[in-house]
Each structure stands twice: as structure tokens, then as C-alpha cells.
Design a protein around this ligand. Structure first.
Ligand code: SDX
Length: 378
């Protein structure tokens, strides 16, 4: 067997062949199925992008109409799922609630028919349709309210904002939210996608695949960073405090949330688009001082850490957008999951097409031939 060098974090080691997305981390390029993210953000919708990621082609008019209709028909969650969620502690993190609820879907759809395209399509539709409903339902129920039923006249993002806020969404906010979903939908072999593919490779059901990926996304080094960015901006509090805060982080070797990336050594192209979306929202709904703090952070981090390739990543500006929409901070990562489910499902499907179970090796650095010490002699 070929002996490979151990790389912590598997840096630079390909874990799969994939045609779903592409990143050039030196040039700051991201493509989904060959199409630049900037183009999708300005011209596509989240559901169209999800279709592209999962089925490898942009849908025709008929195909997208049919897909949207299927999603619309499956947005409601079963009352048993709702009742289960009602019993979750209000203090629980919405990501944990989402992980448990996504896994619970597997209890209702336990038949597994992984080679059948109809089964794949049903699972894709069900997951894309119900995950936003579950996120919104937990938010309302933890406040002691009943969840809001999905609104059949509203599109994917508009409906999510409606279920969350119990009122008709502002059209600009709904469009900007939809673009945020496009930007978060897929990103090559990131940690949660890798997790999804490992789980998929055992030929388990897609609900377990998504639940394991949700669990992985939640950590502060991955999707959870968007929540921590807002806490950091609040802690900094003013533009004047930015420089000392960053100098202190650098001195303590603490990670600055929303900055740095394993692959990008320039500014994440998604951060550039999100920064622009934040500005559009502020122009309509009023300025936010945290945006000034964020801009100053970007300037100071660039001055101090550009030589290490540390620039804003996708999680840096997204929170400012969601915050301006009045979305609670601990829903930012579940919203990332709502979008990323498209990418996870595309990878689930791709993994099944040429599956081999993931079973890497390890470099054993423990002891050998140790004799058992009886308890009274330890
Ligand atoms: C996402 O992989 C993806 O594609 C993920 C993602 C997606 O769409 O799926 O893009 C989404 O997860 C975005 C990343 C969100 N996380 C954060 O914002 C947390 C803060 N960032 C980091 O902890 C870090 O940059 C990572 C986790 C994103 C990347 O980690 P790496 O590749 O393991 O890098 P590293 O921790 O080994 O750092 C390399 C060097 C170190 O300096 P030296 O010891 O070499 O001198 O860069 C420095 C680090 O100290 N560094 C930072 C830094 N990130 C890296 N220094 C200060 N602040 C930071 N944020």
C-alpha cells in the first residue's frame, strides 16, 4: 500500500471527485456547475440554484415550475414533528433543534430506495421544503406561540420570512434573503459536506446525512462563526475600539471570527456580495453602526494579516444582513443550513452515483504490548 504523509485537517487531500462546485482560492472565484457565483446571485433564485446543483443543469421553465410546486406542496411539517419540537427546551440552540428534527424525518420515511430517482427526488423535495418550516416553527414555539402555516402565495424565501415574522415580507428583504441562500448553497469539500458524504457513503438514509451535516455546520470554526461575528461586533462596540481589539487578538493568537479560510487566500467572493447586500438594506431601512465597525475591522485585519492571506469569509457580513432583517442571532447558522442543504443533497446524490464507503487510515502513535494492570495495583 502507498504510504502518504499525514496532513492535519486533511489539508490539500482530495476526498472525492466532484463536478458540483469549484473554488479558486488565489483568484477568489467560486462557480456552481461552472457558473460564477456573481452571475447566479444577480440572475437566479435559490430554488433554481438548488436544482442546478442537484441535477447539474439549469431547469427549463416547465421544470422549475414543477419543482417549485412540489416544494410548495411539501412545506408543512407533520404534527408529530411539531409536537416533538414543542417539547424541546426553549433555551436549546436552534441548530440542535434543527439537527434533531431533520433526523426525526427519517422516522417517518424509513423506506430506503437509494437507486430510484423518484426516491431521490422525493427526499430532496421533502428536505428542501420542510427545513425552513422547522427552523421557523422552533423560533415561534420557543416564544410560546404556535407555528405559522406556510403561505402558498409566497416563494421560498418570502414564505420563510413570513413564517418567522408572522407578517408579509418586504420584497427587497425577501430578494436579498434569497440571494443569501444562493451564496451559502454550496462550497466544495467543506467540513459539513465532507461529513454528509461520509454519512452518505454508508448508504444510510438522506435524513441522517443531513442531520450529521447540520451537526458539523454548527461549530464556530465553520457555519457557527456568523453568530460569533455579531457577538464580536457588539463586544467591540465602536470604530475606535477595532484596532486595539484586533491587536489584542493577534497578540493572544486568538482567531478573529469571520476571517480566514482554508482555501481562499484573498477576500471570499461571497463576502463581497454580502457586503453589497448589507449596504442595500441599510439604504432602505437605515444605517447600522455595526457595519462601520465591520468595515474598519476589514481594513485593520488586511493591514495586519494580509501577508497570511487572512480576509473576510462568507460568515463575516451575512450576520449584518440577517440582523438588519430583525432575525435573532442564533438563527443565523440554521439559515446557513437551510441554504447548504442544497449542496449536501447534491453531494449525497453524487456520492451514491459512484459510492465507496469512506474508511481512511490513521497514523497510530500509541503503545503496544501493554499488560493489563489489575485495578488494585493502579
Ligand atoms: C466557513 O471550508 C469551507 O469552505 C467553509 C465555508 C463554507 O462555505 O462551507 O466557507 C464556511 O466555515 C467559513 C469559515 C468560518 N470560520 C471562521 O470565521 C472562524 C475563524 N477562522 C478560522 O478559525 C480559520 O481561518 C478557518 C477555520 C476558517 C480555517 O482554518 P485553517 O485552514 O485550519 O487555518 P489555521 O487555523 O491553521 O490558520 C493558518 C494561519 C495561522 O497562523 P500561523 O500559526 O500560521 O502563524 O492563519 C492564522 C492562524 O493563526 N489565522 C487567523 C485566522 N484564521 C487563520 N488569524 C487570525 N484570525 C483568523 N480568523
Amino acid at each position: 500500500m502507498m504510504v502518504c504523509e499525514y496532513k492535519p485537517g486533511l489539508e490539500g487531500i482530495p476526498a472525492a471527485e466532484s463536478s458540483i462546485s469549484f473554488v479558486d482560492g488565489q483568484k477568489g472565484i467560486l462557480e456552481y456547475r461552472g457558473i460564477r457565483i456573481e452571475e447566479l446571485a444577480s440572475k437566479s433564485t435559490f430554488l433554481e440554484t438548488a436544482y442546478l446543483l442537484i441535477w447539474n443543469e439549469l431547469p427549463t421553465k416547465e421544470q422549475i415550475a414543477e419543482f417549485e410546486e412540489e416544494i410548495r406542496m411539501h412545506r408543512r411539517i407533520k404534527y408529530r414533528i411539531r409536537d416533538m419540537m414543542k417539547s424541546f427546551p426553549e433555551s436549546g440552540h436552534p441548530m440542535d433543534a434543527l439537527q434533531a428534527s431533520a433526523a426525526a424525518l427519517g422516522l417517518f420515511y424509513s423506506r430506503r430506495d437509494l437507486h430510484n430517482p423518484i426516491y431521490i427526488r422525493d427526499a430532496v423535495v421533502r428536505l428542501l421544503a420542510t427545513i425552513p418550516t422547522m427552523v421557523a416553527a422552533f423560533q415561534l414555539m420557543r416564544k410560546g406561540n404556535d407555528p405559522v402555516r406556510p403561505h402558498d402565495e409566497l416563494d421560498y424565501s418570502g414564505n420563510f420570512l413570513y413564517m418567522l415574522n408572522e407578517k408579509m415580507p418586504d420584497p427587497l428583504a425577501a430578494r436579498i434573503f434569497d440571494v443569501c441562500l444562493i451564496l451559502h448553497a454550496e462550497h466544495t469539500m467543506n467540513a459539513s459536506t465532507f461529513s454528509a458524504r461520509v454519512t452518505a457513503s454508508t448508504l444510510t438514509d438522506p435524513y441522517a446525512v443531513v442531520a450529521s451535516a447540520v451537526g458539523t455546520l454548527g461549530g464556530p470554526l465553520h457555519g457557527g462563526a456568523n453568530e460569533e461575528v455579531i457577538q464580536m461586533l457588539e463586544e467591540i462596540g465602536s470604530v475606535e475600539n477595532v484596532r486595539p481589539y484586533i491587536e489584542d487578538c493577534i497578540q493572544r493568537k486568538a482567531k478573529i471570527m469571520g476571517f480566514g479560510h482554508r482555501v481562499y487566500k484573498v477576500k471570499d467572493p461571497r463576502a463581497t456580495i454580502l457586503q453589497d447586500l448589507a449596504q442595500q438594506l441599510f439604504a432602505k431601512f437605515g444605517h447600522d453602526k455595526y457595519f462601520d465597525i465591520a468595515q474598519e475591522m476589514e481594513r485593520v485585519v488586511e493591514e495586519k494579516l494580509a501577508h497570511k492571506g487572512i480576509y473576510p469569509n462568507v460568515d463575516f457580513y451575512s450576520g449584518l444582513v440577517y440582523r438588519k432583517m430583525g432575525i435573532p442571532t442564533d438563527l443565523f447558522t440554521p439559515i446557513f443550513a437551510i441554504a447548504r442543504v442544497a449542496g449536501w443533497l447534491a453531494h449525497w446524490k453524487e456520492q451514491l452515483e459512484e459510492n465507496r464507503i469512506f474508511r481512511p487510515t490513521q497514523v497510530y502513535n500509541g503503545r503496544h504490548a501493554v499488560s493489563y494492570t489489575p485495578i488494585e495495583q493502579r
